[in-house]
Write a new protein. Structure first.
Length: 134
């Protein structure tokens, strides 16, 4: 392995990426995988996640699928339990999952705001607290 590859190697590192099925999460996951990390790809989008993980596996990248809703504490606890049992550590957390809803501000539906808060702010905070304990 040449100097730069060893300098930036993530071999033997365990990463979790939320919102990993598509978009930025998919790209971040692929970059981590190519750097040698094992990546636990977490997303609520089951079909897209399966498709993405299978495409990475076909490239011999160590992608691990974990379907979950990060706004549900039981799902976060299940993710942490899986990490503990299978890897007993976590080195990298990428809180990538997020939602946006286009709507005019004065009539912005409360359910949009609540979901934005749960996915974009509360879930990353809750996951980070759980991961930090590892």
């Amino acid at each position: 392995m040449d100097y730069l590859k060893s300098l930036f190697s993530l071999k033997n590192r365990i990463a979790v990426v939320t919102g990993a099925a598509r978009g930025n999460g998919k790209a971040i996951s692929e970059a981590l995988l190519k750097a040698g990390a094992t990546v636990i790809m977490a997303d609520i989008l089951k079909y897209e996640l399966l498709k993405t993980v299978n495409s990475f596996k076909s490239k011999r990248l160590k992608a691990v699928l974990y379907e979950c809703d990060i706004t549900k504490n039981d799902d976060l606890d299940g993710l942490i339990k899986t990490i503990k049992e299978k890897y007993n550590k976590i080195n990298i957390l990428v809180n990538n999952a997020g939602v946006t809803f286009g709507h005019e501000v004065l009539n912005y539906p409360e359910e949009y705001w609540d979901k934005t808060y749960r996915v974009n702010l509360k879930a990353p905070f809750e996951l980070t607290k759980r991961i930090a304990k590892l």
